[in-house]
Design a protein around this ligand. Sequence first.
Ligand code: NAD
Length: 328
Amino acid sequence: MKIAIYSAHPFEMTYLVNVLEGEHKLMVTEEELNETTVHLAESSSAVVLFTSDKVNENILKQLAIYGVKYIALRSVGFDHVDLKKAKELNIKVANVPAYSPYSVAEHAVMLLMALNRHLIQSRELIESNDFRLDELTGFDVHGKTVGIVGLGKIGQAFARIMNGFGCKLLCYDPNPNAELGKELNLQFVMLNELCSMSDIISIHCPLNASTKHLFNAAAFSRMKKGVFLINTARGPVIKTEDLLQALDLGLVGAVGLDVYEFEKGMFFHDHRNESINDPLFEKLRTYNNVLITGHQAFLTETALKNIADTTAYNLNCFEKGITCINEL
Ligand code: NAD
C-alpha cells in the first residue's frame, strides 16, 4: 500500500522505517501536513500523521480527492483532527491510545523535581564557579498534597509515582472510578476543591471543549498561593495570558510546561535563525520559576518503538480489512 508519512522527525525514523519499509511503499517527508504539502499524499491510500499536522475540513477534503482512506495518528491525542468531517468523507482514523504512559508521567515528575530543587539554576551556578546554596532551597515532596486532573492512563502512572513519594493524592475526573481511587490511594474531589487544597497540580486530561482554558484566572485565584503547576497534557488547557498574570501576582509558585497553548508551528522545529513572534511565549520563558520543554514528554525509546509498532498494526488492519481496536 502507498503510504505518506508527514512530520517525520529524525528521532523516530529508524523505528518507523523498521516496521513499515518492505511492507509498504513509503513517501516520507519532514514537512507538516498543511495546504501546501497535502499534494504529497496524492495516490496514497493512507497517511501517517503527528500532533503538529493540520487535519481540518479543507485538508481532509483534499486528502479524500487524492484517494486517502485512512489516517494513522502517531499520537494519543486526536484534538487536532476533525473526526466528524473524516467520517463524512469515509476516511477512517486510528490513534496510538497507549504507547507508554510512564514516559509522560515520568517527565511530569522530572519537571516538578527540577523546579522544586532549582536544577537549572544549580547547573548555571556550578558552571560559573559559584557554589553557594542560598537560592536553591526546595521542599520535601513527601507529605505534600498533589492534585491530579484526569485519571486516565498517564494520570494513573503519575499517581503511582507520587504515592511512592508519600504524597496525599486528590483527583478530579468527570468519570471517577471508586475502585481505582481506592487502589491508587486517592480521593476524588471537584476541580474547585482540588485547586484550593493542592500544593502541586498535574494536568493529564485530554483537550476538548470542556477542558480548553480549564485553568484560567478564576481557577488560579482558587489555588493555594505558591502552588506548583505541571502541564504535560495539551497547551490550551491553560489560558497562557491568565497564567502570566498569576505568576506576576505570585499566586502560582512554579510552572512546568511540556506543552504550550500556541506551540503549533513552533515546537518540533529549528527556529534558531528566526525570531519567535509570540510575546506570550517570550514572556513565559523569562521567568526563573517556569520550566518549558518542547513537547518531549513522550520521547523515550520504549514509547517510540510502541508508537511505530501500533502504527504498523493499525495500517495492517486497514489493509486487510480487519477490525482495528484503535479506530476513533
Ligand atoms: P486517557 O484517555 O487514558 O485519559 C484521559 C482522562 O482524562 C480520562 O480518565 C478522562 O475521563 C479524563 N477527563 C476527560 N475530561 C476531563 C476533564 N474535563 N477534566 C478532568 N479529566 C478529564 O488519556 P492519557 O493516555 O492519560 O493521555 C492524557 C492526555 O495527555 C492526552 O489526551 C494527550 O493530550 C496528552 N499527552 C501528551 C503527551 C506529551 O508528549 N506531552 C503524550 C501523550 C499524551
